[in-house]
Design a protein around this ligand. Structure first.
Ligand SMILES: *Cc1c(COP(=O)(O)O)cnc(C)c1O
Length: 429
């Protein structure tokens, strides 16, 4: 499969090249040249398929012959080593829990898939690759875990100082070995800007930099798997399905829309955001105008200039009107988010964390207009990852799961930086 850069469409590369370079030389995001819908029969019999079979069918065309079938199946098997339960909230509403992986966030899927693809391509290559990644919280942990002790790979994580939760910081800073954490005086967007700059810096060319942010196709594409899993579970209700995705950098939602392009019968998508509402405003005014990033209690979505939104527009040929038929966007304040967490807990005994609660709120808005539909929101992280806010909002104590318990007493190690030059010096040292 070939990928083109969204900046200059004639520049085409393989899956391997797109994975390794992350961004095209013209700084555009890579996008698959061709998207072939899956046959109707696939959806007719989807309930007979396992997660691994669904995933293989969905992603095979995007890899082509670059990874042999047996290796790709093994990569998928190792990626999907945990459950994706769909939990009933009430008659019309479900939660798709994506947090049962090793770092308890949905990003485990993309990070695990990408690290294994990179290992496959690196088998016969003794050069060291440096994964440079900006995180608003969960990416860093998932990437660190996914690439921990991978041969010939170093991981450098940039995270905004004081803007990630305590557990998230533990996950970023306690692994050591081939994983280093840089604590940046600034926001997630500042971290992301530094990463982008490093990629276009000639002096760093020989360092083989790769990104593991959702801009990387190998992280983005596998995220479509669980949209298919959700459909497999909800199909029996014979109702149209609305899916709400709490969104920050819009990689997750973009994967869902790709799944729809492949024929997945999800009738409507909701982008649910916190106060960083660039996309909801775009849908109203047709203008993409990022503002200064605002810090919220759903910090993994504190993104004002979502990188992947351009891919969503490409999936709709940049036609806002067709796009609006399939898509709505809503933003919510921290107060509304906390109210939703309390409502979910009081009425349905469901403990959600702020991101999932925003997904729930977005879904409720849309279901008001679509009384004959059922809906599912993505619960993107385990409540323990946001324990401070969950415990104070719900007045409960959360049990600490084993994935977190094992790192609680480890020492956090990170290096504080404030400028791009400090990042560069670090990478060159
Ligand atoms: C990363 C993240 C999001 C946002 O996902 P995007 O793909 O960037 O839109 C939402 N919730 C949680 C918990 C996350 O970690």
């Amino acid at each position: 499969m070939k990928y083109y850069s969204l900046n200059k469409k004639q520049h085409k590369v393989t899956f391997q090249k797109a994975l390794i370079s992350s961004l095209a030389p013209d700084n555009g995001l890579y996008f698959p040249k061709k998207i072939t819908p899956l046959p109707y029969s696939f959806f007719e019999t989807i309930e007979q398929l396992s997660n691994e079979e669904i995933a293989f069918a969905a992603i095979q065309q995007f890899i082509g012959d670059e990874i042999p079938e047996t290796n790709l199946k093994q990569i998928i098997k190792e990626t999907l080593c945990f459950e994706f339960p769909i939990v009933l909230i009430n008659e019309t509403c479900y939660s798709l829990e994506l947090f049962h992986g090793p770092t308890m966030a949905f990003k485990d899927v993309g990070a695990r898939f990408m690290s294994r693809c990179l290992s496959y391509f690196n088998q016969h290559n003794a050069k060291t690759t440096t994964i440079l990644v900006a995180t608003s919280g969960d990416t860093g942990g998932a990437v660190a875990n996914g690439f921990f002790n991978t041969e010939n790979v170093n991981v450098v994580i940039l995270y905004p100082s004081g803007k990630v939760s305590d557990f998230q910081e533990l996950q970023l800073t306690t692994l050591g070995e081939n994983i280093s954490a840089l604590k940046v005086n600034g926001t997630f967007d500042d971290c992301q800007a530094m990463v982008k700059k490093a990629f276009s810096d000639i002096d760093l060319k020989y360092k083989n930099l790769t990104s593991a942010n959702s801009i990387n196709i190998a992280r983005w594409l596998p995220q479509m798997f669980y949209f298919f899993f959700a459909y497999r579970e909800l199909k029996k209700h014979n109702k149209s399905i609305v899916l709400s995705c709490p969104s920050g950098n819009f990689g997750n939602l973009c994967a869902g829309i790709l799944a729809k392009k492949l024929g997945l019968p999800i009738s409507h998508f909701i982008a649910a955001t916190n106060a960083n509402d660039t996309v909801p405003r775009f849908l109203v005014h047709g203008e993409f105008q990022p503002k200064q990033t605002i810090a919220t209690i759903s910090n993994a979505m504190d993104v004002s200039n979502p990188s992947n939104f351009i891919r969503i527009q490409e999936l709709y040929n940049h036609d806002l009107n067709t796009f609006k038929k399939d898509f709505s966007a809503y933003s919510f304040t921290d107060e509304e988010t906390k109210d939703a967490m309390q409502l979910l807990y009081k009425n349905y005994h469901y403990v959600s964390e702020p991101h999932g609660a925003i997904g729930y709120l977005g879904l409720q808005e849309e279901l008001k207009k679509k009384s004959d539909s059922i809906g599912v929101f993505l619960e993107t992280a385990h409540p323990i990852k946001f324990s401070e806010i969950v415990e104070s909002t719900l007045q409960i104590n959360l049990a600490v799961p084993e994935q977190i318990e094992s790192i609680m007493n480890k020492e956090k190690k990170s290096i504080q930086i404030a400028t791009y030059d400090q990042l560069k010096d670090y990478l060159l040292s």
